[in-house]
Design a protein around this ligand. Structure first.
Ligand SMILES: *Cc1c(COP(=O)(O)O)cnc(C)c1O
Length: 633
C-alpha cells in the first residue's frame, strides 16, 4: 500500500526518546519542551511559542482567550473539523463561508457578508439576522497554501475582527511578496496555531503550538495549559485550567523533526513538480496550484477530477484496490450533523470540490517508483494525446499534403502545432484554412526567422501531449503511423521510438529503398549513426520528462536524440515504413556537406567528445550517411 501521508522519522529520534525514558522526563516537564519551543520560534523568526498537546487544544485555548462565548465567528466550510469543534467547546457560533478555487475562504464573499449582512454598531460588527456580535474569523491555510493575508487583515481591521490563523497544515509557508514578505503563515493574525500530528509536515506524534505577537496572550494560555497552577507547591489554582501542555516525549520527536523541515519542504516541492508534469498530460485531471506570492510548503497534492474517464468515486475506489491510498476532500463543515443548523453564506463552490477532489500520496519518504506507480494508475487513457511538432518555413508548395497526412491519421487524439518561422509565402493561409476545419491544428507565428530549433522549442513549450512526434512541413506520414507507434510504445513501455521510412524527391516520387529501423539503438550506437529520421520519432514525456532542442542551426534533432539517449533511454525501432521524407535537393550538395560539418559540431560542442573519439564515431557516421544517401537509386 502506498500511504497518503505518513511521518518521515530518522533514528536520531530514538536517542532523544531513550534520553527521556532514562531521565524519567516523559510528561509535561523536561528540557525538550523548551528546546523545541525555542527552535520553532527561531525558525518562525518570532520571540516565543507555546507548545501544547494538539492543534485542537491550541485552538481551544485561543477561542477561550478571545472570549468567543455567545459570539459569532466566521469560519471556512472547507477545513478539518478541528478548526471548528473548539468553537463549540466555548459556546461560540460558527458562520460557514464558501471557498474559492484555491480551497481557501473566498475573500470576496467574506467582504460581502460583512458589508451587506452586518451592521457596524459601537465598533462591533453585528449580524443583522441574529443580532449577535461577529467577533472573529478563523482562517485556515488549506493544505499549506497561504490565503491572501494582506487582504484578509485589511477586512478584519475595518470590522474589528479577531483573526485566528489555523496554520496546522502550513508550517513553513511564508509570503515572498507584499506587506508580509518574509513572514510565516500563522504569525500574522492576532494569534496562530500549528499541529504536529503524524500526518503533518513535521510531527511530534501528537502536538501543537500557539504563536502570537501578544506576550500577555502567550503567558495566559501557557498558564491555562498547566491547570492554571499559580503556586506549584501548594497547588493553588486561580482559574479554570486545562491539561494541555506539550509532553517532553513528544517534544523530543519535534526537536529532531524541525531540523528536517526545510529538506522536507524541498522534497514536497520536487515531488509536486514531478506529479505536475505527469498529471498535466492526463485528460480530466488537474493538480491544484500553489500561490506564487508565497514560498509554500506544498504539503498536500490535490487533484481535481473533472471530465475524466471515471467518476471521482470510481477513481478513489480503483486506486484503493490497486494499493494507492487517496482520499476525497473533508466532508464540508456546514453539512456535519452537529453543525447543520449554523448559518451559512452563499456556499456555492465548496460542494464542487467536495465532489471532484482527491488527495494523492505525498509523504516525504515516497519513492520515485511509487510516484510513477501512482501516475500510471491515474493514466488509464487508451489513446493519450500526441503533440506533433511542425516547424514551417515557406512550404506553401508542400504543406497542404503534409497537413492532410496528419489530419487523416486513424489515431484521433493529437494536436499538431505548426510554428511558422516567419514565412514570406502563403504557408500561413494554407494552415489557417485547415485550422478552421480541424481544431486539433494549432498555429503559432514567429515575428522573426529564428531557425527550426527555436521553432520546435516553442512548439514543445506549448505541447500538452504525453507523446511528442515530429514532422517537417514537407514530409508525409502513413495514415496508420500514430496508431501503430502509440500502441507499440504503450505495450512495450518504450520511452523513445522511431520507424522505418522512405525518401521521395521534390515531386513526391518515392525512391525504392526503405531506410530500415533497427530494433534498438543506444547512445553510443547513435553517435556512429544517422539512422533515426526526425519525422519518425516519438518520445514519451512521461518517461523522458520535458526536453528541448539545443538551439543550433543544424543537426539539432540529432543532438536532441543524443541528449535523451545519454540519460540511459534506448531508442526502439519499428521496422514498418510509416513516413516519407522529401529530399528537396536531389544530389549530395552543399547541404550534405553542411550537415556533416554541423554533426562534427554536435560531437565536439554539445556532446563534448575528444577529437579522437569524435573522429572515430564520425568515420562511422559518414559511412552510414553515404550508404543512406548514395545507394538510393
Ligand atoms: C490537523 C489540523 C488541526 C488540528 O490538529 P490536531 O493536532 O490533530 O489536533 C487543525 N486544523 C487543521 C486545518 C488541521 O489540518
Amino acid at each position: 500500500m502506498i500511504p497518503l501521508s505518513v511521518p518521515n522519522l530518522d533514528l536520531e529520534i530514538v536517542d532523544n526518546l531513550t534520553d527521556c525514558i532514562k531521565t524519567g522526563w516523559i510528561s509535561t516537564g523536561g528540557d525538550y519542551i523548551k528546546t523545541f519551543e525555542q527552535k520553532l520560534a527561531s525558525y518562525l523568526k518570532i520571540d516565543e511559542v507555546v507548545g501544547v498537546q494538539s492543534g485542537t487544544a491550541a485552538l481551544h485555548l485561543l477561542y477561550q482567550y478571545f472570549e468567543f462565548r455567545d459570539c459569532e465567528v466566521l469560519c471556512p466550510t472547507v477545513t478539518f473539523i478541528a478548526s471548528i469543534n473548539p468553537l463549540l467547546y466555548v459556546n461560540a457560533h460558527p458562520i460557514f463561508m464558501d471557498c474559492d478555487d484555491t480551497l481557501n475562504m473566498d475573500l470576496d464573499k467574506l467582504e460581502d457578508f460583512c458589508f451587506y449582512e452586518c451592521e457596524f454598531i459601537n465598533e462591533k460588527l453585528i449580524n443583522k439576522k441574529t443580532k449577535k456580535w461577529v467577533k472573529g474569523i478563523i482562517v485556515v491555510h488549506i493544505f499549506g497554501n497561504p490565503i491572501d493575508m494582506e487582504r484578509l487583515m485589511n477586512i478584519a481591521d475595518i470590522y474589528h475582527l479577531i483573526v485566528v490563523e489555523d496554520a496546522a497544515e502550513a508550517l513553513g509557508s511564508y509570503y515572498t511578496k507584499g506587506r508580509y514578505k518574509g513572514m510565516f503563515c500563522g504569525t500574522i493574525g492576532h494569534a496562530g496555531i500549528y499541529s504536529f500530528n503524524a500526518n503533518k509536515i513535521i510531527t511530534t506524534g501528537g502536538g501543537g503550538a500557539i504563536v502570537s505577537p501578544d506576550k500577555k496572550l502567550l503567558d495566559k494560555v501557557r498558564y491555562w495549559s498547566v491547570q492554571s497552577k499559580t503556586d506549584p507547591l501548594s497547588f493553588v489554582h486561580d482559574e479554570i485550567g486545562y491539561n494541555y501542555r506539550m509532553l517532553n516525549l513528544n517534544a523530543a520527536l519535534g526537536v529532531s523533526q524541525i531540523d528536517h523541515l526545510e529538506s522536507f519542504i524541498k522534497i514536497k516541492q520536487e515531488n509536486y513538480q514531478f506529479y505536475q508534469k505527469q498529471i498535466e498530460t492526463i485528460n480530466g485531471l488537474t493538480l491544484l496550484p500553489y500561490h506564487s506570492y508565497a514560498r509554500c510548503n506544498e504539503w498536500f497534492y490535490s487533484v481535481i477530477v473533472d471530465g475524466y474517464q471515471e467518476t471521482r468515486d470510481e477513481l478513489l475506489q480503483r486506486l484503493q484496490q490497486e494499493g494507492i491510498q487517496t482520499r476525497p476532500l473533508w466532508g464540508l463543515m456546514h453539512e456535519q450533523k452537529h453543525l447543520k443548523d449554523y448559518q451559512t453564506y452563499r456556499i456555492e463552490k465548496a460542494p464542487y470540490y467536495r465532489d471532484h477532489l482527491i488527495n494523492i500520496p505525498c509523504s516525504t519518504n515516497i519513492s520515485m517508483n511509487e510516484m510513477k506507480f501512482v501516475c500510471e494508475h491515474l493514466d488509464i487513457e487508451e489513446e493519450p494525446l500526441v503533440s506533433i511538432i511542425t516547424p514551417v518555413y515557406n512550404s506553401a508548395r508542400f504543406i497542404k499534403e503534409t497537413l492532410e497526412s496528419v489530419l487523416n491519421q486513424s489515431y484521433p487524439n493529437f494536436e499538431m502545432i505548426c510554428v511558422d518561422d516567419a514565412s514570406t509565402d502563403t504557408s500561413a493561409d494554407v494552415i489557417k484554412t485547415y485550422q478552421e476545419r480541424d481544431k486539433r491544428l494549432k498555429y503559432i507565428r514567429l515575428v522573426k526567422n529564428s531557425g527550426a530549433a527555436v521553432a520546435r522549442n516553442i512548439a514543445l513549450e506549448h505541447a500538452k501531449g504525453r507523446y511528442i512526434a515530429f514532422l517537417d512541413s514537407d514530409d508525409l506520414w502513413d495514415k496508420e503511423k500514430l496508431k501503430i507507434q502509440v500502441r507499440f510504445m504503450k505495450e512495450n513501455k518504450v520511452s523513445f521510438s522511431f520507424t522505418s521510412y522512405q525518401m521521395m524527391d521534390i515531386d513526391g516520387n518515392c525512391f525504392e529503398r526503405v531506410i530500415k529501423a533497427p530494433e534498438k539503438i543506444t547512445y553510443s550506437e547513435l553517435l556512429k549513426n544517422t539512422i533515426i529520421g526526425c519525422l519518425t520519432v516519438m518520445v514519451d514525456r512521461r518517461m523522458v520528462g520535458d526536453f528541448k532542442m539545443p538551439e543550433v542551426r543544424d543537426s539539432q534533432d540529432y543532438a536532441t536524440w543524443l541528449q535523451i539517449l545519454k540519460q540511459g533511454h534506448v531508442a526502439h525501432g519499428i521496422n514498418q515504413n510509416l513516413a516519407r521524407y522529401r529530399r528537396v535537393n536531389g544530389s549530395i550538395s552543399n547541404n550534405k556537406l553542411k550537415a556533416l560539418r554541423s554533426n562534427w559540431k554536435v560531437y565536439r560542442k554539445i556532446e563534448k567528445l575528444s577529437i579522437l573519439k569524435s573522429s572515430y564515431v564520425f568515420t562511422f557516421y559518414i559511412l552510414h550517411a553515404l550508404k543512406k544517401h548514395l545507394l538510393l537509386r
